[in-house]
Design a protein around this ligand. Structure first.
Ligand SMILES: Nc1nc2c(c(=O)[nH]1)N[C@H]1C(S)=C(S)[C@@H](COP(=O)(O)OP(=O)(O)OC[C@H]3O[C@@H](n4cnc5c(N)ncnc54)[C@H](O)[C@@H]3O)O[C@H]1N2
Ligand code: MOO
Length: 635
């Protein structure tokens, strides 16, 4: 197993190969059974069927507050000819039924008179009586083996006289972070160092799955040190997760280390993220399953779900936890590599009465794609992606009712939308404003296709110099409203001190300049083209014109890192990286929607928010924004 090449074993085959390898190495099929008091059993899995020791209720009891009577004494009672019962006893809910009586009349149906209790209806025997064993009868099977205990389960066990339960002990997961660059959470980082966020996350995932998690110290990139740590951890764990070093780099030792400590069943599965995963075992008494977890955070998180969670559930003899799913329509095209199971993170919202899924960034290092995800969409190995508008199945990471209360904004991204999202949530925890960035034009197309509520747009029409409205006419036609969100300053983002002394668009043709552009369809790109055209400047004379980034922040990041001298963007992006800014133009940023949606209750809190002076003040405090026309309907 010294080959650096990672194979592409289909996921199902990988699961099977690892299972076989675990059995062959002598890894235990189940963790041991322990006995725990019912009060401590929630979350554990039953190791044996649970039989009721006693009935519940254990006696006939009154189900209501009222009087206990003999049903036969009430025969013939009706509205027109009431019957007065003289032999009765007052009872409260839960009281044993007094001997000799067989029914209860609710007190609101009893008229107490001097003679006794006047009843206006006959009662059948056992009316409002909970009979012995109504809930549980002694010796019945209460719970099967392999059942993960919930609060209601332990309460039922206790009611049935069971005080102790035979359960599987919590599996122990050992987590070994590796890498010369990895530092414990809270460390001051030097250049090139990375915080050990994976251990924190994987340990929490393990605990959430009902396991005990133990994280070792970070081990340096030394195969002997990692082997020693693996052997030690395997002695006291039911599963060892070895983080990073799974792929083909110079310091990637995981496969080699696992081979030397035991055996490697699979190195490389046709899943993405998570491709270079290592599935193996470590020798010992008994042997222990080992999972080599790829270092990228999204790969690590999904590797836990895909490979660790099923094994841990199996060790407890329980069914793996399953997420509910829903069908959704894709907001945009989703290409996917053929031959790989592709786990795509998506945002979800309901627009035009259908759930719409917007893919989030795909990079395995983009942990926030999982933070923001409402669902996971698996594009199977045999499918080469989906067209925009296709119906797909999505595993839910958030409740459907929350998703139904999500305002879906697709289009150009602006910080003010983030601010609005946060203010809306602060005012009402049930509201979500989810915005995804596909550029202004992409947003208008998404609105046309019924895939969002609002499209954020600042699209300049070069022919008229007018923003957004000409495109609305061309693409969307009637039935469309346009609400102004803000005016914002667009300008050249430059390094601190503006070292090239750029004064405006005219300076972009300097031969030694390195420009970074926005992608085609982005409003900022259209603005640049307009300004160039006004001046008769040929875009191809601008060095770097062909180089594209997808967000204002990405442009600023390129300037901050010294990879570019300048790019057009908003002031807030420049500020985020402590860069300087040369204003070029002020542009309106608008929200485009169907007029029908103006009266949509879901959107009402947004219009209310835009009209509030405190919110407008907060927006202007960001710098580079004017709220002079915020909330005004311009179409
Ligand atoms: N030539 C190839 N290069 C890579 C391949 C490949 O097949 N051929 N696979 C790529 C894929 S896909 C993945 S996924 C990664 C897997 O990387 P490794 O498991 O080898 O991990 P490292 O290279 O050591 O680290 C990757 C990345 O993750 C960070 N990291 C590591 N540990 C932690 C931690 N505990 N907490 C947070 N972040 C961590 C590490 O600093 C790196 O940035 O390989 C690709 N390359
Ligand atoms: O397979 Mo890697 O986990 O995509 O980044």
């Amino acid at each position: 197993m010294n080959s650096p090449f990672v194979s592409d074993v289909p996921a199902a085959e990988a699961h099977a190969a690892w299972r076989e390898a675990r059995a062959a190495a002598g890894c235990p099929a189940r963790v041991e059974t322990i006995r725990v008091p019912v009060g401590e059993a929630v979350g554990r899995v039953t190791a044996a069927p649970v039989w009721a020791q006693r009935s519940s209720p254990a006696f006939d009891s009154s189900a209501m507050d009222g009087i206990a009577v003999r049903a036969s004494d009430t025969v013939g009672a009706s509205e027109t000819s009431p019957v007065v019962v003289t032999d009765f006893e007052v009872v409260d809910t839960g009281d044993p039924l007094p001997p000799g009586y067989d029914a209860v009349v609710m007190r609101e149906h009893v008229h107490r008179t001097a003679e006794g209790a006047e009843l206006h209806a006959a009662v059948p025997p056992y009316q409002h009586v909970r009979s012995i064993g109504e809930d549980i009868s002694a010796a019945e099977l209460l719970l099967p083996q392999g059942h993960r205990l919930r609060p209601v389960d332990v309460a039922a066990c206790a009611a049935a006289g069971v005080v102790e339960l035979a359960v599987r002990r919590a599996p122990v997961v050992a987590i070994i972070p590796t890498g010369d660059e990895i530092r414990p959470i809270g460390s001051e980082l030097r250049p090139g160092e990375i915080l050990d966020t994976n251990s924190l996350m994987l340990a929490a995932q393990a605990r959430e799955a009902g396991c005990e998690a133990r994280v070792t110290d970070v081990v340096v990139d030394d195969p002997d040190a990692i082997t020693t740590a693996l052997r030690a951890a395997a002695e006291n764990a039911d599963l060892v997760m070895l983080i990073a070093g799974s792929s083909a780099g110079r310091d990637d030792y995981t496969a080699r280390v696992v081979a030397s400590a035991g055996s490697v069943a699979v190195h490389g599965v046709a899943v993405r993220p998570g491709h270079p995963v290592v599935l193996g075992t470590a020798k010992g008494d008994p042997a222990t399953p080992v999972l080599g977890v790829p270092g990228y955070p999204v790969s690590a998180a999904l590797t836990f779900d895909i490979f660790a969670a099923p094994v841990l559930a199996e060790l407890e003899g329980a069914a793996p936890r399953e997420r509910p799913s829903t069908t959704a329509r894709l907001a945009r095209k989703l290409p996917s590599a053929f031959g790989m199971d592709d786990w795509v993170r998506v945002r979800l919202g309901r627009a035009q009465d259908q759930v719409v899924a917007t893919p989030l960034p795909r990079g395995a290092g983009v942990l926030t794609s999982l933070v923001r995800a409402d669902g996971l969409l698996l594009v199977p190995a045999g499918v080469e992606g989906h067209h925009a508008g296709s119906e797909v199945r999505v595993e839910l990471l958030r409740g459907l009712s929350e998703i139904n209360r999500t305002i879906v904004a697709i289009g150009s991204h602006d910080l003010v939308l983030d601010l609005a999202a946060s203010a809306l949530r602060a005012a009402d925890p049930l509201i979500t404003l989810a915005s995804s960035n596909v550029g202004s034009l992409g947003g208008l197309v998404a609105l046309r296709d019924g895939l969002c509520h609002i499209a954020g747009s600042h699209l300049l029409d070069p022919a008229t110099g007018e923003y957004t409205l000409p495109y609305v006419d061309k693409l969307l036609g009637d039935g469309i409203a346009v609400i102004r969100l803000v005016h914002r300053d667009q300008g050249l983002i430059v390094a601190p001190g503006n070292p090239l002394g750029l004064k405006g668009i005219d300076d972009l043709t300097q031969p030694d300049l390195r420009y970074v552009n926005r992608q085609r369809g982005a409003g900022t790109r259209a603005l640049l083209d307009y300004e160039l055209n006004q001046r008769g400047i040929d875009p191809t004379t601008i060095p770097g014109y062909a180089r594209e980034e997808h967000t204002h922040l990405a442009v600023a990041a390129a300037v901050a890192a010294g990879r570019a001298d300048t790019g057009l963007g908003i002031l807030a992006a420049a500020r985020a990286f402590n860069l300087d800014f040369v204003p070029v133009a002020q542009e309106p940023y608008d929200l485009v929607l169907r007029t029908d949606d103006l009266s949509n209750d879901l959107l009402a809190p947004l219009w209310d928010l835009l009209s509030r002076p405190e919110f407008q003040a907060e927006v202007e405090a960001l710098g580079g924004y004017s709220c002079a026309e915020t909330g005004r309907r311009v179409r």
